[in-house]
Design a protein around this ligand. Structure first.
Ligand code: GDD
Length: 359
């Protein structure tokens, strides 16, 4: 193992081990076995996608490294709940994507075979409140990771988490890899910049760098600020008598919602191809927020109209009214397709929230 690297991701072992190489590391793991294992570095490993991707890569026999913010180390209960069950199998490093030296140092130490850049300010609504930090984190963060790979580990394959939010105000439905971008939020603009940076590093410096244009993807691990989880959490709370209403903004917006667990497999497949190319990942179905709400309330035997309150303050200054993806290229070239349909996704999330809140 390289100096400064720790053998496993258990937080409580991190800090002492990080200060220097331990002789026991070689004995524990053996140099031969380690050479054979592919190494993956994930930014945003503690997020929804990061957690599913880490699980998936561990199953594939990868050695998984992740960078997390120092605040997460200091408060693991709140920040690391999604990866708590695999903490002893992964290696975590404190750092921020805003700090080039930290990223460079970690990539140089790890020399990963693959890098999945998932960390971002990913809440579209918040990007209207603080466009400066959204643009700064999302654009410079991506530039920092790309540049560090180019300088410290140019053979590393790079995945960028692009977004269907880049399509924004669409004139063609469904959207595919050739659909022009028309972002409608600072977040969408930052993702277009990240997408273009990724393409430029691929074309200018020959990096194996790809963007996955992922449509909305959800799960029981989704953050509570996103509309799906806000709904399923509130439905469970109302059903259990812990809340009385659910305040929402625009119910007419339509999204193509898939399951995060399916989408991380597509990320890995993109890096396993002979040629670096960008792919749309979606389900090719669009449903309104209203439909999501109705199915979620129906599932617990309640009428949504009795509980949902429309709150105009939750409307966005510029809305993306319809997103629906055409994933034909991914199906053909990656052999990828979604396994979880819309209604199943809603039910899975409601059930998980009911179970969690009933404990
Ligand atoms: N969050 C939220 N809260 N959204 C609401 C609410 C509410 O109370 N009421 C209505 N909505 C509508 C939003 O206006 C939007 O049209 C839709 O629900 C979905 O909002 P989000 O769940 O916040 O997701 P998003 O589509 O803006 O962005 C997500 O998907 C992108 C991929 O297209 C995020 O995960 C992005 O990071 C991701 O890139």
């Amino acid at each position: 193992m390289e100096p400064g690297e720790k053998p496993i991701g258990h937080l409580y072992r991190y800090l002492p081990v990080a200060q220097g190489k331990r002789d026991t590391d070689k004995k524990e793991f053996g140099p031969l076995k380690e050479k054979k294992m592919k190494k993956a570095f994930i930014t945003g490993i503690d997020g929804q996608d990061g957690s599913y991707l880490a699980e998936f890569l561990l199953e594939k026999g990868y050695k998984v490294y992740g960078m997390i913010r120092r605040v997460a180390i200091e408060d693991p209960e709140h920040h690391l709940w999604r990866i708590r069950h695999i903490l002893d199998k992964i290696s975590l490093f404190p750092g921020s994507i805003e700090s080039y030296p930290t990223i460079y140092k970690n990539i140089q130490k790890i020399k990963p075979d693959e890098c999945y850049h998932l960390a971002a300010q990913s809440f579209v609504s918040y990007s209207f409140e603080d466009e400066f930090s959204t643009l700064n984190i999302n654009i410079n963060g991506t530039l920092n990771v790309l540049s560090a790979i180019k300088e410290a580990s140019p053979k590393c394959r790079f995945y960028f988490a692009a977004s269907s939010e880049m399509f924004g105000k669409v004139r063609h439905t469904p959207q595919n890899e050739l659909t022009p971008f028309y972002p409608r939020s600072p977040y969408g603009i930052s993702k277009v910049a990240g997408f273009e940076l990724t393409r430029n590093y691929r074309e200018a410096y020959g990096l194996f760098a790809v963007s996955g244009i992922l449509f909305n993807h959800e799960s029981p691990r989704r953050g509570f600020e996103f509309v799906t989880r806000k709904i399923t959490n509130a439905v469970a709370e109302i059903k259990l008598g812990q809340a009385e209403e659910l305040r929402l903004g625009n119910l007419d917006a339509k999204r193509d919602w898939g399951f995060s667990g399916d989408y991380v497999k597509a990320m890995w497949l993109m890096l396993a191809q002979d040629k670096p190319e960008d792919y749309v990942i979606a389900t090719a179905e669009a449903h309104s927020v209203r439909e999501f709400v109705k199915i979620a309330f129906d599932y617990v035997g309640l009428n949504w109209k009795d509980y949902v309150v429309i709150d105009k303050t939750l409307y966005r200054p510029a809305e993306v009214s319809l997103l629906m993806g055409d994933y034909a290229k991914a199906r053909k070239k990656l052999g990828w397709k979604p396994t979880v349909k819309f209604e199943e996704l809603v039910r899975m999330m409601v059930e998980a929230d009911l179970e969690r809140l009933s404990r």
